[in-house]
Design a binder for this molecule. Structure first.
Ligand code: SF4
Length: 464
């Protein structure tokens, strides 16, 4: 069912955004990852897999493979990365992934189709074309893929050759995403990622010639030396590249938690006002060019599946951000990868040696996670619908979960009153509706429903 708010272009209200700027989760999961504990073990994940197998119709599978290698560090990066120039590393890593799959696959009910496969990193194209082919063959021979499975990979134009595309096309990859961040040379220098516009354009052209129809690019605002004027040139360049989707992320500057971010001078970062000017400009340019604003940080062409998912209320959020594949069990392989199976989250060891040692010893490398309570599942759905639809039908959701929504969430609705008074949200006629001005503050709105927030709030990036 289409929500009333989905076509609304967000309004960048500087005073309100600065007023509500505070640390907050991005809600790629609820409860959020800082709540995972080491009391959750592989045994808990096994138990959940058994329970899912016993369901009348277990959900389809979504597979994620974390391929962590990169040649050099981008100073803004917040991913789990192994920096190396040793091009043989993927061979041993693939063997570990195969062992990990061989522990899990025999325990899954046979025939569960894979609806989605994603390779992220790190830099998946750090793998040579034959190494990628070997990994894909190993996956393909162990899982049954749905005919229309979405098969995606993150590529780095600095590390991608036409031969990579040949392999990806042969393996029927149908979604490519690539980091760009900003084309400005001074910004690229400051973040240690020199990626000329020509190189990126050639990569996209090659991808299209090889038959890839869906290309997504990632940009970041809030990087050192960015300004509205400099970023405007990047926006023009992006529109000339004509990607199908654009993700525009707010730079999460967390130098205390992410060591290599210390290489970024805090004084070189744009002010909050400048960041908002950049954001406002980007929203205006992309929507004027015909892209639709999706969720809190994506843009997509109107015929993109992401727009269709938002139209019919099936847009979903997972650890990779917004996705069109709701209702799958996510099995994640590789160092630091997080699975989401049934009502559990389980994360592999972030340390690559420990991860490899556990798998080598025939154990899953799960070191933390959690099992959701009924209340967590309910609140997850509330937060998910708000993050994806920007509106919520309280009686309908209450009926699904057997609760009186306004009564159950009375303190949360009360907490939203100041935001309602500021025009960010409207609570009336059984609905919660996020206003155009509230759209960019959706994290703040969702925080009202997060009953664990007090335990974790210090660990997040700021909402703006
Ligand atoms: S290439 Fe990607 S994963 Fe590697 S350091 Fe740069 S941003 Fe991080």
């Amino acid at each position: 069912m289409a929500s009333v708010n989905q076509f609304v272009v967000p309004v960048v209200d500087e005073a309100l955004i600065l007023k509500y700027d505070q640390p907050g989760p991005r809600y790629t999961s609820y409860p959020t990852a800082p709540l995972f504990t080491d009391r959750f073990t592989a045994a808990d994940l096994w138990a959940e897999i058994e329970a899912t197998n016993a369901a009348p119709q277990p959900p389809p599978l979504s597979l994620y493979f974390h391929l962590p290698f990169c040649e050099s560090v981008c100073f803004f990066c917040g991913c789990n990365v192994t920096f190396t120039s040793d091009r043989t590393r993927p061979v041993g890593y693939t063997e570990i992934l195969i062992r990990e799959m061989d522990m899990i696959v025999p325990r899954l009910r046979p025939g569960r189709p894979v609806a989605q496969l994603h390779w992220g990193g790190g830099t998946p194209t750090f793998f040579s074309p034959p190494q990628l082919q070997a990994l894909f063959d190993a996956i393909r021979s162990r899982f049954a893929f749905a005919e229309d499975a979405e098969i995606g990979i993150e590529i780095d134009p600095r590390e991608t050759t036409p031969e990579h595309f040949d392999v990806l096309a042969r393996c029927r990859f149908n979604r490519l995403s690539m980091g760009i961040q900003d084309f400005d040379p001074k910004v690229q220098q400051a973040v240690n990622r020199i990626q000329p516009e020509d190189l990126t354009r050639n990569t996209i052209e090659t991808a299209r010639q090889k038959g890839f129809s869906s290309i997504s690019v990632d940009l970041i605002y809030g990087l050192p030396h960015q300004s509205e004027a400099t970023f405007a040139k990047t926006l023009d360049a992006i529109l000339r590249l004509d990607p199908d989707r654009i993700a525009l992320f707010n730079f999460a500057y967390l130098p205390k938690q992410i060591r290599h971010q210390k290489a970024i001078e805090a004084t070189a970062l744009p002010s909050p006002r400048e960041k908002l000017a950049i954001l406002r400009r980007a929203i205006a340019e992309f929507t004027r060019a015909g892209y639709r604003f999706i969720g809190m940080d994506h843009f997509a062409k109107p015929d993109d599946p992401m727009c269709r998912a938002q139209d019919n209320g099936t847009l979903y959020r997972n650890f990779q951000g917004y996705t069109t594949h709701a209702g799958c069990d996510l099995f994640a392989f590789g160092v630091s990868a997080i699975s989401s199976v049934g009502r559990t989250y389980g994360q592999n060891d972030k340390n690559s040696r420990e991860y490899a040692a556990a798998i080598g010893a025939g154990r899953l490398a799960i070191v933390r996670g959690l099992r959701m309570s009924d209340e967590d599942i309910l609140r997850r759905e509330v937060i998910m619908r708000l993050m994806c639809d920007f509106a919520l039908d309280m009686p309908a959701l209450g009926a699904r979960f057997g609760i009186d929504f306004p009564k159950h969430f009375a303190p949360c609705l009360e907490a939203l009153r100041p935001l309602e008074a500021d025009g960010l949200v409207r609570i009336a006629d059984g609905r919660i509706e996020v206003s155009p001005a509230g759209r960019l503050l959706i994290r703040n709105i969702c925080m009202a429903f997060d009953e664990h927030l007090a335990k974790t709030s210090a660990q997040f990036s700021r909402t703006v």
